[in-house]
Design a protein around this ligand. Structure first.
Ligand code: PLP
Length: 394
């Protein structure tokens, strides 16, 4: 039986370190931990194709805000470059895309925050959302030779960003009169595309307020495309999927990513760096949150909340060890977490652990399941991947 200080431990860890530094010389420090994330370019391509299938004739923005939902804008670029445009939140993301030589449309989804942002919009040829009078004021003061393409956003009921329906038309008239403005696309965002309430009410408000205004339409996020895409009015001319591209179901647990035909775009993998044989009654981790009900073996995984793994994941959160579904035990600590190895008696130091995504052996643990166990959503886990975790693509 191999204990934590077993003779094979240092050697097996050295082997893993060497393997990692071969695949990822640029981003790995001299003493890497075995934890790393892999971004799957083929999965991104397949997910984009899947969304396109549901989007009919609508053009597709690939939403890459929040650093491409934690995947990295530059890392997902290859997998998503078949999109019709990229939708971003901040100018830095737009600059990265132009730096990658993307010549197609880029949309700033919250528009500009300051007057001077408009100069960068002109320089980088960005389309931008207009959701407040203040942004129209800025546009009216902008000195530009080339008029800009804008997306005028209506608050059709979510009460986040956008003009209230009764102010929408006057905003459109004001924008339309500006020489700084080129085409105006009409836009809104749904609050219930992913749940049983659906999009009906907001769709009606949007249509009622804007049906006789000219211009293209953009309404649908991932959930709206996948769940309500049979209605061409929901799809409009431009859809804005984000989460589906990354392989997470927008309406989990109602439907799984597999149900929608989506593949994980990110795999978070590590390995066992310790083993402990517990007697009945032994505790695991801080606060002794887990008490062994009987003799059992647990493994210690190099991954903790400082890596972005949710600290609130309780005992029982699913994890793949050597591709076999196991469960976490005890409290997640900063750099480590523990797993019950009962389903995999042959597990040893160095055995691969997949926290979410696809194991090397191809079994899949959807990020949505881990998120649900921790009381959150796949979006948050992806976005929270810590900068210290080395990332590679395949
Ligand atoms: C984030 C965002 C999207 C994408 O939403 P998903 O649920 O990830 O598909 C679309 N539109 C707007 C305005 C957004 O902020």
């Amino acid at each position: 039986m191999k204990g934590e200080m077993g003779a094979t431990a240092p050697e097996s860890l050295r082997v893993i370190s060497r393997r990692l530094s071969v695949t990822e010389p640029a981003t790995i420090d001299p003493m890497p931990r075995p934890l790393h994330a892999v971004i799957h370019t083929q999965a991104l391509k397949a997910n984009l194709a899947r969304v396109r299938l549901a989007a009919g004739d609508a053009r597709v923005w690939a939403v890459v805000k929040a650093n491409a939902y934690g995947h990295g804008v530059a890392r997902v670029f290859e997998g998503l470059r078949a999109a019709d445009g990229f939708a971003v939140l901040d100018l830095a993301e737009a600059q990265i895309l132009r730096g990658l030589d993307w010549r197609g449309p880029i949309l700033l989804m919250e528009g500009v925050f300051e007057q001077r942002d408009l100069e960068l919009c002109s320089r980088l040829d960005l389309w931008h959302v207009v959701h407040t009078e203040a942004q129209i004021d800025m546009l009216s003061r902008h000195k530009s030779q080339v008029p800009q393409r804008v997306f005028l956003k209506m608050n059709s009921g979510m009460n986040r960003l956008g003009f209230a329906p009764e102010r929408f038309r006057s905003a459109w008239v004001r924008l339309n009169a500006l020489p700084q403005v080129d085409e105006i696309t009409l836009m809104t965002h749904f609050a219930h595309a992913d749940d049983a309430v659906g999009v009906g009410e907001q769709l009606q408000v949007f249509h009622h307020t804007s049906h006789d205004l000219p211009g293209e339409r953009s309404l649908a996020n991932s959930a709206a495309v996948l769940r309500h895409g049979a209605d061409a009015a929901v799809l409009g001319d431009w859809v804005r999927p984000g989460i589906a591209l990354y392989g997470s179901a927008p309406d989990h647990p109602l439907h799984s990513a597999a149900h929608w035909g989506l593949l994980p775009a990110m795999s978070l993998r590590s390995c066992l760096i310790g083993l402990q044989d517990l007697k009945a009654g032994d505790e695991v981790g801080y606060g002794g949150l887990f008490k062994a009900p009987h003799a059992m073996r647990i493994g210690v995984v190099a991954c903790g909340y400082a890596d972005g793994y949710p600290r609130h994941a309780p005992s029982g959160t699913p994890v793949l060890v050597g591709g076999v579904r196991c469960a976490t035990v005890g409290r997640v600590s900063m750099d480590m977490l523990c797993v019950d190895l009962t389903p995999l008696p042959q597990a040893q130091l160095g055995t691969e652990v997949t926290l979410w995504g696809q194991a090397s052996t191809e079994e899949v643990l959807c990020i949505d399941e881990v998120a649900a166990a921790a009381g959150t959503v796949g979006y948050e886990l992806m976005c929270a991947l810590a900068p210290r975790v080395p990332v590679s693509s395949n």
